[in-house]
Design a protein around this ligand. Structure first.
Ligand code: R5P
Length: 300
């Protein structure tokens, strides 16, 4: 076989699923943190021939998990890229299901870095051929790369799952104005003329605190609140609370990347959500929707 897939530490479920969809050989990694804090990763091969002359697909989410934070995952990715190049991979395809730092996509306060953009440039400059991400926070950062870049859409897969739950009289709600276009695209997967509405969200750029307001026409509606990321759950929980105050029946808290940090799960359920739904770009209990088929279709 002339292809091999490397399953990264944060993509153990999704990586194996993609390999099975593609019917290609796959291999895992050994990884650890040295006592001084430095990261180590090794592709689990005993000789170079497994990589030499092959098309190598690396599935490596940069989401934080118990075995490493996003900085560790980024360094591991650099190390994997270095080692597959040393072992003479013929073609390198990188799949980063969750792309860390993507929310640092603009200058909010003087003196900041646009690190999400810089990280794309670093990876792009490492001699890769193709870069796939899923629902990246700022798709415009993928412009002007040497490698072919694709931002894979998670919406159909998420909508199919929500439909399977029997949701009816659906309204799609965006947690802020900036997410309206994304929510309109999402709503189309539920049928024609599905209403889309939004709450007004403001985030204090210094403290990070959010305030949200608005009353929508949601009486007896099943509400799908859709975002790209749930991090601490503050945005989602506030939107759920306002939806409930607006008369919503069932509320589905949906995000492509449900990181669910700190007490996010509690906040979201306590605010009145019926279900938290994410994808397997993040390996956790909210990953009810797999992106494996969708991603594999791009690689066939
Ligand atoms: C922000 O622009 C993102 O789309 C999400 O709304 C945000 O990252 C969610 O963060 P948190 O869950 O901490 O409110």
């Amino acid at each position: 076989m002339n292809k091999i897939l490397i399953v990264g530490p944060s993509s153990q479920i999704l990586g194996v699923r993609i390999a099975k969809e593609l019917n290609v050989d796959y291999i895992n990694t050994e990884f650890k943190t040295f006592p001084d804090g430095e990261n180590y990763i090794r592709i689990n091969v005993e000789d170079n021939n497994l990589i030499d002359g092959k098309e190598v697909i690396i599935v490596h989410s940069t989401g934080p998990s118990t075995s490493g934070n996003q900085n560790a995952r980024i360094f591991e990715l650099f190390m994997i890229l270095d080692s597959v190049k040393r072992m003479k991979a013929k073609k390198i395809i990188v799949i980063i299901p969750y792309f860390a730092y993507a929310r640092q996509d603009k200058i909010f306060r003087p003196g900041e870095s646009i690190f999400g953009d810089l990280l794309i440039r670093f990876i792009d400059n490492m001699g890769i051929d193709e870069l796939f991400v899923v629902d990246i926070h700022a798709p415009e950062t993928l412009k002007d790369t040497y490698s072919r870049t694709v931002n894979i859409d998670s919406m159909r897969a998420l909508a199919d799952y929500i439909k399977s739950l029997g949701a009816k009289d659906i309204v799609v709600v965006a947690p802020d104005k900036g997410a309206v276009e994304r929510s309109k695209a999402f709503a189309k997967h539920f049928g024609e003329n599905i209403p889309v509405d939004f709450f007004e969200k403001k985030r204090d750029v210094t403290t990070g605190e959010i305030t949200m307001s608005g009353k929508l026409s949601l009486k007896d509606k099943d509400v799908v609140i859709s975002d790209d990321i749930i991090a601490t759950g503050g945005t989602m929980a506030t939107a759920i609370k306002l939806s409930k105050e607006s008369g919503a029946n069932r509320v589905y808290a949906v995000a492509t990347h449900a990181l669910l940090l700190q007490n996010a799960k509690y906040r979201i359920l306590d605010a009145g959500a019926d279900e938290i739904i994410g994808t397997d770009t993040i390996d956790n209990e909210a990953a009810k929707v797999s992106m494996a088929k969708t991603i594999a279709n791009y690689l066939k």
